[in-house]
Write a new protein. Structure first.
Lengths: 291, 364
């Protein structure tokens, strides 16, 4: 029982990471039709700069941890905004070219990170409490899982409130639904594009810092490996659906944890199998309307 | 003069030029030509032949990817899977069985075609960007499979080639020129198959599907079937190229199965010009040479002595190639083939205008 609980909560923690990456991907795709390959680089850069700031401050304090998360969010948002303005916008409505540009950006930035920070993992130090465990019904749960889950919940809640309660959220939701109509009504959706990129980048940056604490290290490849699972999550959840992304994140991560433990380390494989099943049964994904 | 012009406009011209080019490339190992800065040594040296053979293997692989992306308009991020399947499959069959080279290649090709058919049928249930993500996921599963089963694939170390059942002419540094000719033959065969497919009925239908799938369906044809044929053909060709790569490299590492490797193919095809066969070939050759030269450049003293903010980016070949790729996508739509086409068209208009001026001057 305690093993099941541990696997479940660890899965939720990992799912929280997937969601932080996938939410941005899904929103960007839903609104603009752009598959953002550079999303992993936003995450990696957030993680690296978060670490750079943290190591100049006091080791292992909560303030340092908080500041590094903030740095991750700001860095992610800034880079994402710049990417949108400089690379995506000039290629407006040429979806394939937009994807290609983000592919080039991800190749170039990963190489650049390797040049600056080296290929080897850099170990990060967080507050003492993160490495401790909490006893829940006999299961010893590492505390960083709770932080991940809380962060993802806050981001999810923030996004839902933003999308449902603000004017820009309304424009974005309407844009996902029918962009041509929103443009025809005289609303400048391009500003919403930049905003969606910034939000997605901020979520990825937060995810980057948290991922470095979850895995215990940062490396130039950390973003790319999470990105692939985030892609799977967005397809399973349905492209453009935030709720779908949230549900699929949890399902994918929990399945992965259980398969890794009970089925001899086949977690990654089971995730791809799940993807195949979803495609066979419902090609649009759990909550998607368009494939 | 008129003969030259007739030759220029003839439909056969590209084929004649191509044939001549093949002959020139075929006799390179017998010549002593040095291109400092482009090739590491004289053309008959094994090192240079190896590099050129790599370039041709990449060109052939890029051609198979051109079928998917350029002809069918399918953005796949999992094409490396079939290449790796060919390389690893042949390596494993040669290691674990006593089959000779050609039967072993046939077995692996059949397996690759079957897998391409199964995965293709599954991933073609979605289209566009979702197709890209799904193919990426399948390739990732393959990559995980290779890394997690070291007893079969030798894991991160890579699989060495067992040479017992391979003709002696293809083994060893001294025989590099034979492998070079094999790579050239591969490139020619793949080019001809791709050209034939593009002219076939299925090729025309799949090109039409790329432009307007609904219309093809309205005409009573099934886009799914021709797309699947394209995926299977591209997968089979990639597996074939992978097998030659194994012979050339005397082994294979998991690096050829990563998503980055497929992205490299995408870079090659876009660099050369999407939709252009010659573009794919030129892109493949150019990329290989550039990658090799940039790596050499990164280690050179001229770069190592630069200040840090210049040295770090310039010593990462992938950074330069990635940046170049972005610039091509943003500034040169149509890639190198597009540039060539535009300059040819400009030359033609210029000549036509000059001809008209001459006519007007001749008039009293």
């Amino acid at each position: 029982m305690s093993t099941v609980l541990l696997l479940l909560i660890t899965g939720l923690g990992l799912g929280a990471l997937y969601f932080l990456v996938a939410s941005g991907l899904s929103l960007i795709y839903g609104l603009m039709g752009v598959l953002n390959f550079a999303h992993g680089s936003f995450l990696t850069l957030g993680a690296f700069l978060g670490w750079e700031v943290a190591r100049r401050m006091e080791d292992g304090s909560w303030l340092t941890f908080g500041v590094s998360i903030l740095v991750g969010a700001v860095v992610g948002a800034t880079v994402a905004t710049l990417t949108e303005l400089l690379l995506i916008r000039p290629l407006y409505l040429r979806h394939i070219e937009q994807v290609l540009v983000t592919v080039g950006l991800s190749l170039a930035t990963v190489a650049l990170f390797e040049g600056i920070w080296g290929v080897d993992p850099i170990y990060v130090v967080g507050p003492e409490w993160l490495n401790d465990t909490t006893d829940i019904a006999g299961a010893l749960i590492p505390n960083d899982r709770f932080v991940l889950i809380a962060a993802a919940l806050i981001v999810l809640l923030g996004l839902v409130v933003f999308l449902k309660r603000t004017r820009y959220g309304l424009i974005i939701r309407a844009g996902v639904e029918n962009r041509a109509m929103v443009t025809a009504l005289g609303v400048d959706v391009r500003r919403a594009f930049t905003l969606v990129f910034a939000i997605g980048g901020a979520a990825a940056g937060i995810g980057g810092v948290l991922a470095s604490h979850y895995f215990g290290y940062v490396s130039p490849l950390i973003g790319g490996s999470l990105l692939i699972f985030a892609f799977i999550v967005t397809v399973i959840g349905g492209l453009g659906s935030l709720t779908g992304a949230a549900i699929a994140s949890v399902v994918v991560a929990v399945l992965q944890q259980f398969a890794n433990f009970y089925l001899g380390g086949t977690g990654d494989f089971m995730v791809v199998a799940l993807l195949a099943v979803v495609l066979l049964v419902k090609p649009t994904g759990l909550l998607g309307s368009k494939a | 003069m008129t003969m030259i012009r007739r030759l220029r406009t003839s439909r056969l011209t590209p084929w004649v030029t191509g044939g001549l080019l093949v002959v020139v490339v075929a006799v390179l190992p017998l010549l002593d030509i040095s291109l400092p800065g482009v090739l590491p040594g004289s053309t008959y040296t094994p090192g240079t032949l190896q590099l050129l053979a790599f370039a041709m293997v990449f060109a052939a692989l890029a051609l198979s990817y051109h079928l998917l992306f350029g002809v069918a308009g399918l953005l796949s991020f999992g094409h490396a899977l079939y290449f790796a399947l060919g390389a690893y499959g042949l390596g494993i069959v040669l290691r674990d069985t006593e089959l000779a080279l050609v039967p072993a290649m046939a077995v692996v090709l059949m397996a690759a075609i079957a897998i391409a058919a199964a995965l293709g049928a599954l991933s073609l249930r979605v289209s566009g960007i979702a197709f890209a993500m799904v193919t990426l996921a399948f390739a990732q599963a393959g990559s995980v499979l290779v890394r997690r089963n070291p007893s079969v694939t030798n894991g991160e170390e890579g699989l060495p080639l067992r040479v017992d059942n391979i003709p002696a002419e293809l083994v060893g540094v001294l025989n590099t020129r034979n492998v070079y000719w094999l790579a050239l033959a591969l490139l020619v065969v793949v080019f001809l198959i791709v050209a034939w497919f593009e002219r076939s009925r299925a090729g025309h239908v799949v090109a039409a599907t790329r432009e307007n799938e609904l219309r093809v369906r309205v005409l009573g044809m099934t886009p799914f079937r021709v797309k699947l044929i394209t995926v299977v053909l591209a997968g089979g060709l990639a597996a074939l190229v992978g097998m030659v790569y194994l012979l050339l490299q005397s082994g294979v590492t998991p690096a050829v199965m990563t998503a980055d490797f497929t992205l490299t193919l995408l870079v090659i095809v876009v660099l050369g010009g999407v939709g252009s066969r010659w573009g794919a070939v030129v892109g493949g050759v150019l990329y290989t040479l550039l990658d090799q030269r940039l790596t050499a450049l990164a280690r050179s003293e001229a770069i190592q002595d630069l200040p840090e903010f210049l040295r770090i980016p310039l010593s990462e070949p992938l950074f330069i190639l990635g940046t170049l790729f972005i610039l091509v996508v943003v500034l040169l739509p149509g890639g190198l083939a597009g540039v060539a086409r535009r300059s040819l068209a400009r030359a033609d208009t210029a000549r036509a205008r000059a001809g008209r001026n001459l006519d007007e001057e001749a008039r009293p």
